[in-house]
Design a protein around this ligand. Structure first.
Ligand SMILES: *[C@@H]1O[C@H](CO)[C@@H](O)[C@H](O)[C@H]1NC(C)=O
Ligand SMILES: *[C@@H]1O[C@H](CO)[C@@H](O)[C@H](O)[C@H]1NC(C)=O
Length: 381
Protein backbone atom coordinates (compact mmCIF):
# COMPACT_ATOMS: atom_id res chain seq x y z
CA UNK A 1 0.00 0.00 0.00
CA UNK A 2 1.37 3.40 -0.88
CA UNK A 3 1.76 6.08 1.76
CA UNK A 4 -0.85 8.29 0.11
CA UNK A 5 -3.46 5.53 0.14
CA UNK A 6 -2.75 4.76 3.80
CA UNK A 7 -3.00 8.43 4.67
CA UNK A 8 -6.25 8.76 2.75
CA UNK A 9 -7.74 5.72 4.50
CA UNK A 10 -6.59 6.94 7.91
CA UNK A 11 -8.09 10.34 7.20
CA UNK A 12 -11.34 8.79 6.00
CA UNK A 13 -11.60 6.60 9.11
CA UNK A 14 -10.90 9.57 11.33
CA UNK A 15 -13.53 11.61 9.54
CA UNK A 16 -16.06 8.78 9.81
CA UNK A 17 -15.53 8.21 13.50
CA UNK A 18 -15.77 11.91 14.29
CA UNK A 19 -18.97 12.33 12.29
CA UNK A 20 -20.52 9.30 14.01
CA UNK A 21 -19.73 10.43 17.53
CA UNK A 22 -20.11 14.12 16.93
CA UNK A 23 -23.43 14.01 15.07
CA UNK A 24 -25.36 12.09 17.71
CA UNK A 25 -25.75 13.62 21.08
CA UNK A 26 -29.15 12.80 22.47
CA UNK A 27 -31.39 15.82 23.00
CA UNK A 28 -31.00 16.90 26.62
CA UNK A 29 -34.76 16.87 27.22
CA UNK A 30 -34.83 13.20 26.16
CA UNK A 31 -31.94 12.38 28.52
CA UNK A 32 -33.78 14.07 31.40
CA UNK A 33 -36.90 12.00 30.62
CA UNK A 34 -34.97 8.71 30.39
CA UNK A 35 -33.23 9.42 33.70
CA UNK A 36 -36.60 10.17 35.32
CA UNK A 37 -38.03 6.90 33.97
CA UNK A 38 -35.16 4.84 35.32
CA UNK A 39 -35.18 6.54 38.72
CA UNK A 40 -38.93 5.93 39.18
CA UNK A 41 -38.29 2.20 39.12
CA UNK A 42 -37.53 0.44 42.36
CA UNK A 43 -33.79 -0.35 41.90
CA UNK A 44 -34.14 -3.74 43.57
CA UNK A 45 -36.37 -4.77 40.63
CA UNK A 46 -33.71 -3.88 38.04
CA UNK A 47 -31.84 -7.16 37.74
CA UNK A 48 -28.50 -7.64 35.97
CA UNK A 49 -28.77 -8.42 32.25
CA UNK A 50 -31.99 -6.42 31.86
CA UNK A 51 -32.42 -3.44 29.54
CA UNK A 52 -32.74 -0.89 32.32
CA UNK A 53 -29.62 -2.24 34.02
CA UNK A 54 -27.64 -1.27 30.93
CA UNK A 55 -28.96 2.29 30.99
CA UNK A 56 -25.79 4.00 32.24
CA UNK A 57 -25.93 7.72 31.73
CA UNK A 58 -22.16 8.13 31.74
CA UNK A 59 -22.52 7.42 28.02
CA UNK A 60 -24.92 8.95 25.54
CA UNK A 61 -28.20 6.98 25.08
CA UNK A 62 -28.51 7.46 21.31
CA UNK A 63 -24.80 7.19 20.40
CA UNK A 64 -23.62 3.89 18.98
CA UNK A 65 -21.92 1.54 19.44
CA UNK A 66 -24.07 0.07 22.23
CA UNK A 67 -21.61 -2.51 23.46
CA UNK A 68 -21.94 -2.08 27.20
CA UNK A 69 -24.45 0.70 27.72
CA UNK A 70 -28.05 1.17 26.52
CA UNK A 71 -28.10 -2.34 25.12
CA UNK A 72 -31.87 -2.38 24.71
CA UNK A 73 -35.14 -0.71 25.66
CA UNK A 74 -34.89 2.24 23.34
CA UNK A 75 -34.48 3.15 19.71
CA UNK A 76 -33.35 6.52 18.42
CA UNK A 77 -33.63 8.32 15.16
CA UNK A 78 -30.63 10.64 15.00
CA UNK A 79 -30.66 12.41 18.38
CA UNK A 80 -34.25 11.72 19.45
CA UNK A 81 -35.77 8.68 21.14
CA UNK A 82 -38.49 7.16 18.94
CA UNK A 83 -39.21 3.88 20.72
CA UNK A 84 -39.37 2.98 24.37
CA UNK A 85 -39.80 -0.79 24.50
CA UNK A 86 -38.81 -2.23 27.84
CA UNK A 87 -38.30 -5.93 28.41
CA UNK A 88 -40.74 -7.87 30.61
CA UNK A 89 -38.32 -8.02 33.50
CA UNK A 90 -40.67 -7.39 36.42
CA UNK A 91 -39.75 -3.72 36.81
CA UNK A 92 -41.81 -2.19 39.59
CA UNK A 93 -42.43 1.52 39.73
CA UNK A 94 -44.45 4.43 38.45
CA UNK A 95 -44.27 6.21 35.13
CA UNK A 96 -43.17 9.84 35.66
CA UNK A 97 -44.95 12.72 33.85
CA UNK A 98 -41.58 13.69 32.36
CA UNK A 99 -42.00 10.80 29.89
CA UNK A 100 -43.91 13.31 27.75
CA UNK A 101 -40.64 15.14 27.02
CA UNK A 102 -39.92 12.28 24.61
CA UNK A 103 -41.97 14.11 22.00
CA UNK A 104 -40.66 12.06 19.07
CA UNK A 105 -41.87 8.76 20.52
CA UNK A 106 -43.70 6.58 18.02
CA UNK A 107 -43.88 3.42 20.14
CA UNK A 108 -44.14 2.76 23.87
CA UNK A 109 -44.27 -0.84 25.10
CA UNK A 110 -43.95 -1.42 28.83
CA UNK A 111 -46.10 -4.57 28.91
CA UNK A 112 -45.70 -7.42 31.41
CA UNK A 113 -44.09 -5.49 34.23
CA UNK A 114 -45.23 -4.15 37.58
CA UNK A 115 -45.84 -0.49 36.82
CA UNK A 116 -48.46 0.98 39.12
CA UNK A 117 -50.14 4.27 39.92
CA UNK A 118 -51.84 6.47 37.35
CA UNK A 119 -50.78 6.78 33.73
CA UNK A 120 -49.52 10.39 33.61
CA UNK A 121 -51.95 12.64 31.72
CA UNK A 122 -49.01 14.09 29.81
CA UNK A 123 -48.48 10.71 28.13
CA UNK A 124 -51.81 11.17 26.36
CA UNK A 125 -50.50 14.29 24.67
CA UNK A 126 -47.59 12.76 22.74
CA UNK A 127 -48.25 14.01 19.22
CA UNK A 128 -46.41 11.29 17.26
CA UNK A 129 -47.35 8.20 19.24
CA UNK A 130 -48.70 5.38 17.06
CA UNK A 131 -48.41 2.41 19.41
CA UNK A 132 -49.09 2.48 23.15
CA UNK A 133 -48.83 -0.88 24.91
CA UNK A 134 -49.03 -0.90 28.70
CA UNK A 135 -50.77 -4.29 29.05
CA UNK A 136 -50.31 -6.57 32.07
CA UNK A 137 -49.20 -4.03 34.65
CA UNK A 138 -51.06 -2.48 37.60
CA UNK A 139 -51.85 0.98 36.27
CA UNK A 140 -54.87 2.54 37.93
CA UNK A 141 -56.95 5.68 37.54
CA UNK A 142 -59.21 6.85 34.74
CA UNK A 143 -58.70 7.33 31.01
CA UNK A 144 -58.80 11.12 30.61
CA UNK A 145 -60.83 12.83 27.84
CA UNK A 146 -57.48 14.36 26.79
CA UNK A 147 -56.69 10.98 25.23
CA UNK A 148 -58.09 12.60 22.08
CA UNK A 149 -54.71 14.37 21.75
CA UNK A 150 -53.10 11.12 20.57
CA UNK A 151 -53.88 12.12 17.01
CA UNK A 152 -51.71 9.42 15.39
CA UNK A 153 -52.44 6.50 17.69
CA UNK A 154 -53.12 3.22 15.86
CA UNK A 155 -52.77 0.59 18.57
CA UNK A 156 -53.81 1.18 22.17
CA UNK A 157 -53.45 -1.76 24.57
CA UNK A 158 -53.83 -1.18 28.30
CA UNK A 159 -55.40 -4.58 28.98
CA UNK A 160 -54.88 -6.43 32.30
CA UNK A 161 -54.51 -3.37 34.55
CA UNK A 162 -56.76 -1.70 37.13
CA UNK A 163 -58.20 1.20 35.15
CA UNK A 164 -61.53 2.47 36.44
CA UNK A 165 -64.16 5.03 35.52
CA UNK A 166 -65.99 5.22 32.24
CA UNK A 167 -64.61 5.46 28.73
CA UNK A 168 -64.47 8.98 27.28
CA UNK A 169 -66.60 9.88 24.26
CA UNK A 170 -63.61 11.77 22.89
CA UNK A 171 -62.35 8.38 21.58
CA UNK A 172 -64.14 9.26 18.32
CA UNK A 173 -61.38 11.78 17.67
CA UNK A 174 -58.74 9.04 17.42
CA UNK A 175 -59.24 8.70 13.71
CA UNK A 176 -56.17 6.47 13.11
CA UNK A 177 -57.00 4.00 15.88
CA UNK A 178 -57.50 0.47 14.56
CA UNK A 179 -57.02 -1.67 17.66
CA UNK A 180 -58.31 -0.85 21.17
CA UNK A 181 -57.73 -3.39 23.94
CA UNK A 182 -58.81 -2.44 27.46
CA UNK A 183 -59.82 -5.96 28.51
CA UNK A 184 -59.46 -7.06 32.14
CA UNK A 185 -59.76 -3.70 33.88
CA UNK A 186 -62.44 -2.20 36.14
CA UNK A 187 -64.07 0.08 33.61
CA UNK A 188 -67.69 1.06 34.18
CA UNK A 189 -70.41 2.88 32.27
CA UNK A 190 -71.65 2.29 28.72
CA UNK A 191 -69.78 1.44 25.52
CA UNK A 192 -68.74 4.89 24.25
CA UNK A 193 -68.94 6.27 20.72
CA UNK A 194 -66.25 4.50 18.73
CA UNK A 195 -63.79 5.97 16.23
CA UNK A 196 -64.34 5.46 12.54
CA UNK A 197 -61.32 3.33 11.63
CA UNK A 198 -61.47 0.91 14.52
CA UNK A 199 -61.10 -2.72 13.43
CA UNK A 200 -60.77 -4.53 16.76
CA UNK A 201 -62.61 -3.64 19.98
CA UNK A 202 -61.56 -5.66 23.03
CA UNK A 203 -63.26 -4.78 26.32
CA UNK A 204 -63.59 -8.23 27.85
CA UNK A 205 -63.94 -8.58 31.63
CA UNK A 206 -64.77 -5.10 32.85
CA UNK A 207 -67.94 -3.78 34.53
CA UNK A 208 -69.47 -2.03 31.54
CA UNK A 209 -73.23 -1.58 31.82
CA UNK A 210 -76.19 -0.15 29.97
CA UNK A 211 -77.67 -1.03 26.57
CA UNK A 212 -75.95 -1.35 23.22
CA UNK A 213 -76.66 2.03 21.66
CA UNK A 214 -76.66 2.69 17.98
CA UNK A 215 -74.71 5.93 18.30
CA UNK A 216 -71.72 4.02 19.73
CA UNK A 217 -71.33 2.11 16.47
CA UNK A 218 -72.52 4.69 13.93
CA UNK A 219 -69.06 5.68 12.68
CA UNK A 220 -67.22 2.39 13.08
CA UNK A 221 -67.91 0.87 9.70
CA UNK A 222 -64.55 -0.98 9.68
CA UNK A 223 -65.16 -2.90 12.89
CA UNK A 224 -64.39 -6.63 12.45
CA UNK A 225 -64.06 -7.92 16.03
CA UNK A 226 -66.21 -6.99 19.03
CA UNK A 227 -65.18 -8.69 22.28
CA UNK A 228 -67.42 -7.48 25.11
CA UNK A 229 -67.74 -10.70 27.09
CA UNK A 230 -67.79 -10.69 30.91
CA UNK A 231 -69.41 -7.33 31.49
CA UNK A 232 -72.83 -6.23 32.79
CA UNK A 233 -74.43 -5.09 29.55
CA UNK A 234 -78.20 -5.48 29.53
CA UNK A 235 -81.38 -5.15 27.50
CA UNK A 236 -82.14 -6.60 24.10
CA UNK A 237 -79.35 -7.13 21.59
CA UNK A 238 -80.79 -5.09 18.73
CA UNK A 239 -80.97 -6.31 15.12
CA UNK A 240 -78.84 -3.44 13.75
CA UNK A 241 -75.94 -4.62 15.88
CA UNK A 242 -75.44 -7.79 13.79
CA UNK A 243 -75.71 -5.69 10.62
CA UNK A 244 -72.68 -3.47 11.43
CA UNK A 245 -71.06 -3.62 7.97
CA UNK A 246 -67.62 -5.23 8.48
CA UNK A 247 -68.29 -7.43 11.50
CA UNK A 248 -66.76 -10.90 11.56
CA UNK A 249 -66.68 -11.91 15.22
CA UNK A 250 -68.96 -10.98 18.09
CA UNK A 251 -68.54 -12.09 21.68
CA UNK A 252 -71.20 -10.85 24.09
CA UNK A 253 -71.07 -13.88 26.36
CA UNK A 254 -71.41 -13.56 30.11
CA UNK A 255 -73.45 -10.35 30.25
CA UNK A 256 -77.05 -9.67 31.32
CA UNK A 257 -78.81 -9.43 27.99
CA UNK A 258 -82.44 -10.55 28.13
CA UNK A 259 -83.37 -10.71 24.46
CA UNK A 260 -82.01 -10.79 20.92
CA UNK A 261 -83.41 -9.54 17.62
CA UNK A 262 -82.07 -10.83 14.33
CA UNK A 263 -82.97 -9.63 10.85
CA UNK A 264 -81.89 -11.11 7.53
CA UNK A 265 -78.81 -9.32 6.23
CA UNK A 266 -78.39 -7.96 2.72
CA UNK A 267 -74.69 -8.66 2.99
CA UNK A 268 -72.61 -9.79 5.97
CA UNK A 269 -69.13 -11.04 6.80
CA UNK A 270 -70.14 -12.39 10.18
CA UNK A 271 -68.32 -15.66 10.95
CA UNK A 272 -68.78 -16.32 14.66
CA UNK A 273 -71.31 -15.15 17.27
CA UNK A 274 -71.14 -15.97 20.98
CA UNK A 275 -74.11 -14.92 23.14
CA UNK A 276 -73.65 -17.60 25.81
CA UNK A 277 -74.19 -17.06 29.55
CA UNK A 278 -76.84 -14.33 29.32
CA UNK A 279 -80.55 -14.30 30.18
CA UNK A 280 -81.86 -14.52 26.63
CA UNK A 281 -85.51 -15.49 26.62
CA UNK A 282 -87.77 -16.49 23.74
CA UNK A 283 -87.00 -18.73 20.77
CA UNK A 284 -83.58 -19.39 19.26
CA UNK A 285 -83.58 -16.94 16.29
CA UNK A 286 -83.71 -18.90 13.03
CA UNK A 287 -82.57 -15.81 11.10
CA UNK A 288 -78.95 -16.37 12.14
CA UNK A 289 -78.91 -19.01 9.39
CA UNK A 290 -79.44 -16.23 6.82
CA UNK A 291 -75.94 -14.87 7.52
CA UNK A 292 -74.04 -16.36 4.58
CA UNK A 293 -70.62 -16.71 6.26
CA UNK A 294 -71.69 -17.60 9.78
CA UNK A 295 -70.19 -20.94 10.81
CA UNK A 296 -70.12 -20.77 14.60
CA UNK A 297 -73.08 -19.92 16.84
CA UNK A 298 -73.06 -20.10 20.66
CA UNK A 299 -76.27 -19.55 22.63
CA UNK A 300 -75.35 -21.73 25.61
CA UNK A 301 -76.72 -21.08 29.09
CA UNK A 302 -79.61 -18.78 28.39
CA UNK A 303 -83.36 -19.25 28.84
CA UNK A 304 -84.26 -20.17 25.28
CA UNK A 305 -87.40 -22.23 24.69
CA UNK A 306 -89.10 -23.95 21.81
CA UNK A 307 -87.55 -26.07 19.08
CA UNK A 308 -84.09 -25.92 17.56
CA UNK A 309 -84.43 -24.24 14.13
CA UNK A 310 -83.54 -26.90 11.51
CA UNK A 311 -81.75 -24.07 9.65
CA UNK A 312 -78.97 -24.27 12.27
CA UNK A 313 -77.74 -27.48 10.66
CA UNK A 314 -75.85 -25.36 8.12
CA UNK A 315 -73.38 -24.24 10.84
CA UNK A 316 -70.25 -26.22 11.66
CA UNK A 317 -70.22 -25.28 15.35
CA UNK A 318 -73.45 -24.95 17.34
CA UNK A 319 -73.52 -24.61 21.12
CA UNK A 320 -77.07 -24.60 22.50
CA UNK A 321 -76.53 -26.37 25.80
CA UNK A 322 -78.03 -25.08 29.06
CA UNK A 323 -81.39 -23.85 27.74
CA UNK A 324 -84.97 -25.20 27.74
CA UNK A 325 -85.09 -26.34 24.12
CA UNK A 326 -87.66 -29.03 23.36
CA UNK A 327 -88.67 -31.45 20.64
CA UNK A 328 -86.54 -33.74 18.53
CA UNK A 329 -83.21 -32.22 17.51
CA UNK A 330 -83.15 -31.69 13.69
CA UNK A 331 -81.96 -34.91 12.05
CA UNK A 332 -79.64 -32.89 9.76
CA UNK A 333 -77.40 -32.45 12.82
CA UNK A 334 -76.55 -36.12 12.77
CA UNK A 335 -76.02 -36.61 9.05
CA UNK A 336 -73.11 -38.77 8.03
CA UNK A 337 -71.86 -36.43 5.31
CA UNK A 338 -70.92 -33.49 7.49
CA UNK A 339 -70.09 -33.23 11.11
CA UNK A 340 -71.29 -30.47 13.39
CA UNK A 341 -69.41 -29.88 16.61
CA UNK A 342 -70.92 -28.28 19.67
CA UNK A 343 -73.42 -29.26 22.32
CA UNK A 344 -77.15 -29.78 22.69
CA UNK A 345 -76.94 -31.08 26.28
CA UNK A 346 -78.70 -29.78 29.38
CA UNK A 347 -81.94 -28.95 27.55
CA UNK A 348 -85.39 -30.55 27.41
CA UNK A 349 -84.86 -32.38 24.12
CA UNK A 350 -86.54 -35.66 23.26
CA UNK A 351 -84.22 -38.45 22.10
CA UNK A 352 -80.92 -36.73 21.58
CA UNK A 353 -79.07 -39.73 20.05
CA UNK A 354 -76.54 -41.00 22.58
CA UNK A 355 -74.04 -42.00 19.86
CA UNK A 356 -73.59 -38.31 18.92
CA UNK A 357 -70.93 -36.11 20.48
CA UNK A 358 -73.55 -33.37 20.55
CA UNK A 359 -75.57 -35.28 23.12
CA UNK A 360 -72.83 -36.26 25.57
CA UNK A 361 -74.14 -33.93 28.27
CA UNK A 362 -77.49 -35.33 29.43
CA UNK A 363 -80.82 -33.51 29.24
CA UNK A 364 -82.46 -31.73 32.17
CA UNK A 365 -84.69 -33.73 34.51
CA UNK A 366 -88.32 -33.87 33.35
CA UNK A 367 -89.51 -32.03 36.49
CA UNK A 368 -87.35 -28.97 35.77
CA UNK A 369 -88.54 -28.87 32.17
CA UNK A 370 -92.17 -29.24 33.26
CA UNK A 371 -91.74 -26.30 35.60
CA UNK A 372 -90.16 -24.13 32.89
CA UNK A 373 -93.18 -24.79 30.65
CA UNK A 374 -95.65 -24.44 33.54
CA UNK A 375 -96.71 -28.04 33.31
CA UNK A 376 -97.67 -27.80 29.64
CA UNK A 377 -94.69 -29.64 28.21
CA UNK A 378 -96.75 -32.61 26.94
CA UNK A 379 -98.79 -30.38 24.63
CA UNK A 380 -95.60 -28.90 23.14
CA UNK A 381 -93.89 -32.17 22.29
C1 LIG B 1 -68.60 -14.56 34.02
O1 LIG B 1 -67.90 -13.40 34.47
C2 LIG B 1 -67.60 -13.42 35.85
C3 LIG B 1 -67.01 -12.09 36.20
O2 LIG B 1 -66.10 -11.64 35.26
C4 LIG B 1 -66.67 -14.61 36.12
O3 LIG B 1 -66.37 -14.66 37.49
C5 LIG B 1 -67.32 -15.89 35.67
O4 LIG B 1 -66.41 -16.96 35.82
C6 LIG B 1 -67.74 -15.79 34.23
N1 LIG B 1 -68.48 -16.98 33.85
C7 LIG B 1 -68.27 -17.61 32.68
C8 LIG B 1 -69.12 -18.81 32.49
O5 LIG B 1 -67.46 -17.25 31.85
C1 LIG C 1 -66.02 -15.46 24.16
O1 LIG C 1 -66.00 -15.18 25.55
C2 LIG C 1 -66.01 -16.32 26.40
C3 LIG C 1 -66.07 -15.82 27.83
O2 LIG C 1 -65.16 -14.82 28.08
C4 LIG C 1 -64.81 -17.20 26.10
O3 LIG C 1 -64.88 -18.38 26.87
C5 LIG C 1 -64.75 -17.53 24.61
O4 LIG C 1 -63.61 -18.27 24.30
C6 LIG C 1 -64.77 -16.26 23.80
N1 LIG C 1 -64.55 -16.44 22.38
C7 LIG C 1 -65.39 -17.00 21.49
C8 LIG C 1 -64.92 -17.03 20.09
O5 LIG C 1 -66.47 -17.46 21.77
Amino acid sequence: MSTTTTTTITLLLLLLSTTVTAAITTASSDITALKAIKSSINPTTISPFTCLHSWDFSSDPCSPPHVTHFLCGLTCSSNRVTQLTLDSAGYSGTLPPLVSQLTQLITIDLSDNRFHGPIPNSLFSLPNLQTLILGSNSFSGVIPPAISNLKKIQTLDISHNSLSGSLPNSLTQLTELTRLDLSFNKLTGPVPELPKNLIQLELKSNSLSGYLQKRSFTWSTQLEVIELSQNSLAGTIPAWFFLTPSLQQINLSNNSFTGVQVLNPVRSNLVAVNLGFNQLAGYAPANFAAYPNLVSLTLSYNKLRGRIPWEYSKFSRVFLDGNYLIGLPPKEFFGRKRSISGSLGDNCLKSCPAYSELCVKSQKPWSICQKAYRGKLEQKL
